[in-house]
Design a binder for this molecule. Sequence first.
Ligand code: LP5
Ligand code: MN
Length: 244
Amino acid sequence: MSHTLFIADLHLSPTRPDITDCFERFMKQEAINADALYVLGDLFEVWIGDDDNSPFHRQIKAAFSAVTEQGVPVYFIHGNRDFLIGQRFARETGVTLLSELECIDLYGTPTLILHGDTLCLEDVDYQAFRRKVHQRWLQRLFLSLPLTWRRKIAAKMRAGSANANQQKSTSIMDVTPQEVQRQLDNANVCHMIHGHTHRPHIHQWHQHGTEYRRIVLGDWYQHGSVLMCNEQDCDLQTRDFTHF
Ligand code: LP5
Ligand code: MN
């Protein structure tokens, strides 16, 4: 039966060949047979520019090309680790870059898709950081630096982030329910899919007689997380690495 796949937060890096293996198997065996694949951000542990064409990056790009060349549409929404993925990456892979918030028709159900970081409004330090690094001029400046400098700056940011996160409560780092409702109401839809929080779950609730659903994809650090949707329903799967 035809289905659409969603994944997020794989955090691919050369230090985790086990995750890369699962991703490659997933692309070869599953994505290739799907109606479409949506990658909802943080595909990479960190992305410092499309010109970082390492053997590892070439390997991942080849996995995407093999799928898109078979005519399967693959869509990508930026995460907070890989918001610098750009048009060169898109050209090299056949992947379509989407904007940070999109409304798709999922077998007749209008569905809002996003990475999920923009839902975490209580994390005011992160939102301030996000506004800074999303400035086009700053990104252009960063991208004009030598790769070695960019790698060092990104490592500093990663360390700063890990440090800051230790001081934050888990509730601050989760979504703000009022913001979820606001974004759904604003788009006039009842269905949302996102990642980022690494808390895989299908949330369902009622408001003013309407049923809402928010599906949160998990990360791929210890298990794989795949959402499979068809005409009937959505199946959120947490899989052992041996099940790819
Ligand atoms: O990523 P994670 O899981 O640790 O936490 C995120 C939020 N953190 C981030 C920062 C990223 O990890 C770093 C991304 C590197 C991108 C590389 C490209 C750089 C491009 C620059 C272009 C101009 O997203 C974290 C959230 C958490 O998710 C949960 O939602 O809380 O937010 C923060 O940690 C932000 C901090 O609160 C404040 C910022 C600390 C960064 C220190 C910067 C030091 C910079 C030094 C540079 C010379
Ligand atoms: Mn994220």
